[in-house]
Design a protein. Structure first.
Lengths: 314, 437
């Protein structure tokens, strides 16, 4: 049984179809990347999953049951992109307060806050005010307040923005840790290299619609363009290379990047080089990066200048 | 419900634990009282020892001017004016009065007080009173009228105002006026202070970008209600402290200024009979004060305070949620909320005079103005100022009113709190309200 199931979610604003019929499922214990250009409808989608917005149409099934924003708030931890804290409030009290709002009892909240503060070495901050913290520190605090009630579903919108590499790694390790302990993480970002590194499964939305859904490996395979890199032990390369098998994309002294033509196999290419008397040192397929796929899919859809359209009320 | 309480507790504690809360709560009444005490002190305390030379050529005063209980003293001399002038300049006297030999008591000749520097208003008044009352006595004498005769002729109590329901008790318009005005005005101030406090709180949450974090745990409506109840509790506590402090200071005042009470009593130096009339008047005041139904006033004050606060604070919260960083937006958006409050204030000023006029009745029924206007009518008592049925209707309408505005505000708030970077117009807000869900 999947943890979260979205069925034909729709949310129309007066001037825009923010989310237009999106469905996908999320398995337990996975890290899920929600990708999309600015204004694609990601935030609206996340707000529906967290119960801030009600969908106009469609259903959200959480843990096998119809999602109930009031009762399920303890199951969800949400760190929005537009996030903040009470500036004048002491850090310890703030974490306690937010935990209690989630529905934890006071003593429970206290234990959890203590545990997380110790874990991320924040004990000395307890009586400081948020306004005294650096951006990275308050980001860390924000992360703690999002996950300390150990929700089944953690939603992180751009969690690494503003963090230095050391702290980013710290948070990344925590995310892996949470996954291991059974949490499912939805991770929304524009940083494709992070998605590639962290996520198991991705969904790409654009103009309010889902345009891609699959595991990272699967998606990469789906979009591969038969590009290979081949290196040779000896530096000498023939001047003229046969063009019916492949197309040369890049050429360095003992390295070639080539695109195989559709009708041929890898073996054809290897045989060709062997017959030329070259000793092949390595032969690898180059899979497209998510970044390339993203740009390829989104470019030209006018998503950046998504025009406002008239939507009839439903 | 529980979450509203958690939010309200934070709102309450975060405000009450601030140093500024203590400062304003204690300083404001202290300042008001300090101010009040200073005014009394200075008005009671006259300039130090004023010595006035009187050259009485006409023997008008017979060598004596009544000056009991004051620091003005009169000294009769026969020095000529040039010499007196010198005495005044050398500060022997503060000034002098010359009564010419041909002064006619019954004529309307004026006496002139000469001094080297300008005389303060209060002192002028005292000197005038003392000299005038002595001259008055002389006039009575020369017309063969005794003081007692005059008092029996003079009467300003020939007409008494009562209402049918009031029986024989005289009505107490003056006191009702004051009590009504003060309580109406207090509610007016409360609506402003705590309403804007709610608005600023909401704006803070929006600007700090914490709103979205919180509404992922609680419903926006709970957040709004928590904030409103928390700040309402702050207001209630602040008010209770003020009342306690006011009463405390009232008792303390005579201790701080021991001489003051006596001075205040001895100030109207008038011949006996007039004084008797005066005491009669002031005991009348006390009587009519006692007639104001204070338990009713106080409980209604509390009701209208809470009702008015709940009604307006939710509107202020809605405005706060629609404002972006620019405080100027807030100004233009609050205007439609402030207008009815000011309008209520205007009606209230009419209602204290005429509690049963059509405008006053309307104002005390209409939920947006009733908290302020009804206080003015209530001060006139039931059923003189307002009937029980009117009071009941007004209360029911106010409850319906605040349920209505909270519902309305909740709709605006829910959308506004998450809306960034866009100037919001009234037209859009109306759209949010009419949108279902």
């Amino acid at each position: 049984m999947p943890l979260l199931e979205l069925k034909n979610l729709k949310k129309y604003y007066a001037t825009q179809k923010a989310v237009d019929d999106i469905s996908f499922t999320l398995e337990h214990g996975s890290i899920f990347g929600l990708l999309g250009p600015n204004g694609a409808g990601k935030t609206t989608l996340l707000r529906m999953i967290t119960g801030i917005f009600f969908p106009d149409e469609g259903e959200i099934i959480l843990d096998g049951q119809k999602f109930n924003p009031l009762e399920d708030s303890l199951k969800i931890g949400y760190m929005p992109e537009e996030r903040g804290l009470y500036k004048k409030m002491k850090i310890g009290e703030q974490a306690l307060y937010l935990a209690q709002l989630k529905g934890l009892s006071k003593s429970d909240a206290m234990d959890k806050v203590r545990f997380w503060f110790e874990r991320l070495e924040m004990q000395t901050w307890w009586n400081k005010k948020v306004e005294d913290l650096s951006k990275g520190m308050s980001q860390k605090l924000q992360f703690v307040t999002t996950v300390l009630h150990e929700p089944k579903l953690i939603i992180l919108d751009e969690p690494f923005s503003g963090l230095d590499p050391v702290n980013a790694n710290l948070i990344k390790d925590e995310i892996y840790g949470l996954k291991e302990r059974g949490s499912t993480i939805i991770f929304s970002t524009h940083r494709m290299e992070q998605v590639e590194e962290i996520c198991d499964h991705i969904v790409l939305v654009n103009l309010g619609k889902k345009i891609l859904d699959g595991t990272v490996q699967q998606v990469k395979h789906d979009f591969k363009e038969d590009v290979f890199k081949i290196t040779f032990a000896n530096k000498l390369m023939p001047e003229h290379l046969a063009t019916h098998l492949f197309e040369v994309k890049q050429k360095k002294d003992h390295e070639l990047v080539l695109q195989r033509h559709v009708d041929y196999t890898n073996n054809d290419i290897l045989q060709y080089f062997i017959s030329k008397g070259l000793s092949v040192e390595s032969f690898n397929e180059i899979l497209p990066s998510l970044n390339d796929i993203f740009i390829h899919l989104v470019e030209g859809t006018k998503s950046v200048t998504r025009s406002f359209q008239k939507v009839e009320a439903v | 419900m529980n979450k509203i309480f958690i939010i309200a507790r934070r709102e309450f504690l975060s405000r009450v634990q601030k140093k500024t809360f203590l400062l304003t709560t204690i300083l404001v009444p202290a300042l008001i009282f300090g101010f009040y005490a200073l005014i009394i002190y200075f008005s009671v305390k006259s300039e130090d020892n004023i010595k006035i030379a009187v050259v009485d050529k006409a023997n008008l005063f017979g060598g004596k001017i009544e000056n009991a209980g004051s620091d003005i003293s009169f000294e009769f001399t026969n020095k000529d004016t040039a010499l007196l002038r010198k005495d005044v300049e050398s500060k022997k006297y503060s000034g002098y009065v010359f009564v010419p030999a041909d002064y006619n008591v019954l004529g309307h000749d004026r006496l002139t007080y000469h001094s080297d520097k300008a005389t303060g208003l209060m002192t002028q008044e005292k000197i005038r009173k003392k000299i005038s009352s002595t001259i008055e006595d002389k006039r009575f004498l020369s017309l063969n009228i005794s003081k007692a005769q005059l008092d029996s002729i003079q009467s300003d109590n020939d007409v008494q105002f009562t209402t049918f329901s009031g029986g024989d008790k005289p009505s107490r318009a003056g006191v009702s006026y004051a009590v009504g005005f003060v309580s109406g005005f207090l509610i007016y101030i409360i609506l402003f202070i705590y309403g804007t406090m709610v608005m600023r709180g909401v704006m803070e949450e929006k600007v700090n970008r914490i709103a979205e974090v919180i509404v992922s745990s609680v419903k926006p409506f709970q957040l709004m209600m928590g904030k409103i109840t928390g700040i309402g509790a702050v207001g209630l506590v602040q008010f209770l402290i003020w009342i306690v402090l006011m009463i405390g200071l009232q008792f303390l005042l005579p201790v701080i200024f021991p001489g003051m009470a006596e001075q205040m009593q001895s100030q109207p130096i008038q011949p006996g009979a007039v004084q008797a009339v005066n005491t009669a008047k002031s005991s009348g005041l006390l009587n009519s004060l006692a007639q104001v139904n204070f338990p009713l006033m106080l409980s209604c004050f509390l009701f209208y305070f809470l009702g008015g606060y709940l009604l307006y604070s939710s509107l202020f919260a809605a405005v706060g949620s629609s404002v972006n960083e620019d405080p100027q937006d807030a100004q233009s958006l609050t205007l439609p909320i402030i207008m009815p409050i000011i309008f209520a204030m205007v009606i209230m000023m009419k209602a204290v005079n005429d509690p049963t006029s059509g405008l006053a009745v309307f104002g005390s029924m209409f939920p947006l103005t009733s908290p302020i206007v009804m206080m003015a009518r209530l001060a006139h008592g039931i059923p003189d100022g307002v009937t029980y049925s009117q009071l009941a209707i007004s209360m029911i309408l106010l409850i319906a009113g605040f349920i209505g505005t909270t519902w309305l505000a909740g709709k605006i708030y829910r959308t506004g709190i998450l809306m960034y970077g866009k100037k919001i117009t009234w037209k859009e807000m109306i759209k949010w309200i009419s949108r279902k869900n």
